[in-house]
Design a protein around this ligand. Structure first.
Ligand SMILES: Cc1cc2nc3c(=O)[nH]c(=O)nc-3n(C[C@H](O)[C@H](O)[C@H](O)COP(=O)(O)O)c2cc1C
Ligand code: SF4
Ligand code: SF4
Length: 592
């Protein structure tokens, strides 16, 4: 167990203070420029149905780094996400996750699984995000820009075994999401000006009543079945189970990944195929759980797919095995979807089958394939890897615009019409449906060039310069690739002798040293360690070793205390942070 928690979430007062201050001073919220806010479509209706509930768009963050902290969820919402698969919560909430834990240098690998917060803290983060979205969707300045944002859905995720999800701790989390009245009432008084009128707001108290079940690679099928039934019976939830790409079988994965897509160097973990659910048992499981759900007035679905377990021969991440996501997973998940549709006709809630089982899709989705993915009839469509690339959350809005453009070009007014169109187009070419058409394109057709090894060999740009605390090529990547919005930038004060137009600083409490900014930084070094680390909490500051600065409110601005050896940086920091126009992106009055 780490002595200092990897993350210390900000309070609702600080977060909303940041919203107000950034909006006023920079025309941004959590570093997302307003040009990247999703302002809806007046040409098509992107509403999707998720197990009987509407969401205004079909996209959102998959359980992962973008759905853990409150500001992450708000960022996704601003950019157009309307379905949030929340970070997986499990009973073991004092895990030590090795660092770095994310490697998006080429296609996407990680060793990060489940939340890094205490279970109770996760509940509070999700409630905070829920309240902030509710406030922002009624906040005049934003409404003028984005109009009616439409409905959104929070989908819980828990793991990883029956004993764990039956514990009082996890049960209390689920019940807290079903009825968050207590947490909402506890947080109300911390809503700051200029949002104080919302302290009496009638916040909906049911935050979520659906759940995507995350299981360990190798979880026995009987245990998966028992967990789904427990969640349906005991908590009254509609449940999705996450399936693994190993369902395709070892031979098929070797064929697609290593031969068709040329990722010969990625070594598969044979044991994971032996231990994981195999296709016949999966078919029985889906059939049984569908019947069970129907008999009990509940809904059931599947998510394609979990990440792929592979051996770690890259060495960047410290654990072995590691988990592969991104473009090649998109191909594997599409193959699996097509297999399941052929094996179980009439089972799934996709066009041409019209069965009861929702198919949630999460595998290497990006602007390039959002339209083909939506055309397969799957929903929701969630993503992690693409949002970890430069542009970050800001990649969602262009993704939705692409889908809108393709739908308009086809004359499709809504997603059902887009499914019809994709179905007719695939059938006209002799395919079983759009899943087979898309699979054929990306395994063996023109589309393959976007997914194979050669499309993803190029490493992020590099310049031959060691990263320093002040000055750098100012590419802004560390700001956009950070899922936690821990980085921010400030203009270099006039007349100062440091180089560069912009200076980059990190909010230490929000940085869990995942490594993603280091991968994309063109200079040599780790921005999360090299750039000035600002602490808002004295305890964390005092426990920190190395450079760091405690920032506190003082005389209408901020005061700075430096870690030993870094005192000479204080005058410059004071100039930067107390700048009247921008300064620290949090209102000084909200600092403790
Ligand atoms: C850094 C990272 C952390 C993740 N954490 C979780 C998690 O906590 N629970 C879970 O079920 N899936 C987790 N996932 C898997 C994603 O939910 C998603 O299914 C997978 O990454 C495939 O989507 P992508 O190709 O868009 O990344 C994680 C993925 C990444 C990249
Ligand atoms: S600042 Fe960098 S290392 Fe820290 S959480 Fe953000 S991306 Fe990860
Ligand atoms: S620290 Fe690195 S990633 Fe961040 S702006 Fe500077 S050069 Fe770019």
């Amino acid at each position: 167990m780490t002595e200092i928690a990897p993350l210390t979430p900000f309070g609702l007062d600080v977060l909303l203070g940041r919203v107000a201050h950034e909006w006023e001073s920079r025309g941004r919220i959590f570093d997302l420029p307003s040009a990247r806010f999703w302002t809806g479509s007046d040409q098509v209706d992107l509403t999707m149905d998720f197990m009987g509930r509407p969401a205004a768009t079909p996209v959102g963050p998959a359980a992962g780094p973008h759905s853990q902290l409150a500001q992450n969820i708000v960022l996704g919402w601003l950019a157009g996400a309307r379905l949030f698969e929340l970070k997986t919560v499990q009973v073991l909430d004092d895990l030590d996750i090795a660092r770095p834990c994310i490697d998006m240098e080429t296609i996407g690998f990680n060793i990060e699984w489940s939340q890094e917060l205490k279970v109770q803290e996760s509940l509070e983060e999700y409630v905070k995000a829920w309240m902030m979205i509710e406030i922002l969707r009624h906040w005049e300045p934003l409404l003028e820009l984005i109009g009616d944002p439409g409905p959104h859905i929070f989908d819980m995720s828990v793991g990883y075994d029956l004993a764990g999800i039956k514990t009082d701790k996890v049960a209390a989390f689920i019940e807290g999401m079903l009825d968050a009245s207590d947490v909402i009432d506890r947080l109300r008084p911390s809503i700051p000006e200029p949002f104080a009128a919302f302290r009496d707001h009638d916040f909906p108290t049911r935050i979520s009543d659906t759940l995507t079940l995350s299981t360990f690679h190798g979880c026995p099928p009987d245990e998966i079945e028992a967990m789904v039934k427990h969640l349906m019976d005991h908590h009254g939830l509609d449940v999705i189970t996450k399936l693994n790409p190993t369902l395709l079988g070892f031979g098929r994965v070797v064929q697609v990944l290593q031969q068709d897509l040329a990722y010969e160097h990625i070594r598969l973990n044979r044991l994971s195929f032996v231990e994981d659910l195999e296709i016949n048992r999966a078919v029985d499981l889906i059939t049984d759980l569908t019947d069970y759900a129907v008999r009990n007035g509940r809904r059931y679905g599947i998510k394609l797919t979990n990440t792929m377990v592979v051996n770690n021969d890259k060495g960047f991440l410290p654990d072995d095995p590691m988990y592969m996501s991104g473009p090649p997973l998109h191909v594997l998940a599409t193959c699996l979807l097509d297999d399941l549709l052929s094996t179980m006709p009439g089972t799934f809630k996709v066009h041409g089958h019209d069965g009861p089982v929702q198919v949630s899709f999460s595998a290497g989705v990006s602007k390039d394939n959002i339209s083909a993915t939506a055309g397969m009839g799957v929903a929701p469509i969630t993503m992690s890897s693409d949002l970890l690339r430069p542009g970050g959350y800001g990649r969602l809005e262009p993704m939705l615009r692409q889908l809108e453009r393709d739908m308009v070009a086809a004359g499709s007014e809504n997603l059902a019409a887009w499914h019809d169109h994709s179905w007719d187009a695939a059938r006209a070419l002799g395919f079983r449906g759009p899943a087979e058409a898309h699979m054929t394109d990306i395994v063996a057709g023109h589309g393959r060039a976007e997914y194979d090894l050669y499309a993803h060999e190029e490493l992020p740009r590099a310049v031959d310069h060691d990263l320093e605390m002040w000055g750098c090529v100012a590419c802004n990547f560390c700001v956009t690739v950070c899922p936690n919005d821990a980085f921010f930038r400030l203009p270099t004060p006039e007349g100062s002798d440091i180089s560069g137009r912009q200076q980059y600083l990190v909010l230490a409490e929000l940085c869990n040293e995942c490594g993603n900014c280091m991968v994309f930084c063109p200079e040599t070094g780790d921005p999360a360690k090299a750039k000035a680390k600002l602490y808002l909490e004295r305890d964390r500051f005092e426990a920190n070793e190395g450079q760091g600065f405690l920032v506190e409110a003082a005389n209408g601005g901020v005061a700075v205390t430096a870690a030993a050896g870094f005192e000479s940086e204080v005058p410059l920091l004071l100039r930067l942070l107390n700048d009247k126009a921008e300064g620290i992106p949090i209102r000084a009055g909200d600092l403790g």
